[in-house]
Design a protein around this ligand. Sequence first.
Ligand SMILES: C[S@@+](CC[C@H](N)C(=O)[O-])C[C@H]1O[C@@H](n2cnc3c(N)ncnc32)[C@H](O)[C@@H]1O
Length: 221
Amino acid sequence: MGRSHVRTRRDADPAGYGFALDELERPLDPRGLFGGEARQAPVEVEIGSGKGSFLVAESEVRPDTLFLGVERARRYWLYAADRLRRRERPNARIVRGDARDALDAMPEGSVSGLHLYFPDPWPKRRHAHRRLLIQPEFLAACERVLAAGAPLRVVTDDPGYFDQIEAALAARPKLVRSRYEPPASANEGELAGSNFERKYRVEGRRIQAVAAVRASVPGVS
Ligand SMILES: C[S@@+](CC[C@H](N)C(=O)[O-])C[C@H]1O[C@@H](n2cnc3c(N)ncnc32)[C@H](O)[C@@H]1O
């Protein structure tokens, strides 16, 4: 995404809603980023939150779940954190850092859902190597943090990338393919309801989705 796609307010302020991953304790307990009572609620993580549209919308319709976004680009992180602060979302926060580092910092089995919507930040073919690679190591990190029965949901407009994700998933028996359910905040006919989905639908791109749940294998962690 180019610089022109986001215009962060001059007075943008992440206070209380946006955190730098590098400055957080390890292991990272996402519940610690929320206020008192919220600490009992399940935590879902969105990777590559961009401007934070999913976090804003989903946290409103599902107030009993805590949503943690992970965004690498500082300007998008700041934009999203400022949005959450201005809307006073009690159940959504965003950390600035790399997705893999964030997953590795979280305890095993601590996440009740993982959302990856349009994880390709570089639509140009020559930038393909910079995408958030959903490869075996990355899926292993997802598998580790997901609680038994918790879903991983991925949506993309890139057919080659979709095939790559499906192949990588097929090689992980503990991530069992399941029916894809759009998030509660998506509109009729949408698969994610994110900013990029809306933009790409206008452009007529084909959008595909895949889901898998973390299997519980007795005796195997
Ligand atoms: C194409 S945008 C999609 C934004 C949003 N999910 C949506 O659907 O509108 C991809 C986002 O993922 C972020 N991203 C890419 N690789 C990342 C990584 N390794 N860790 C964290 N964020 C990443 C990018 O900075 C960008 O904001």
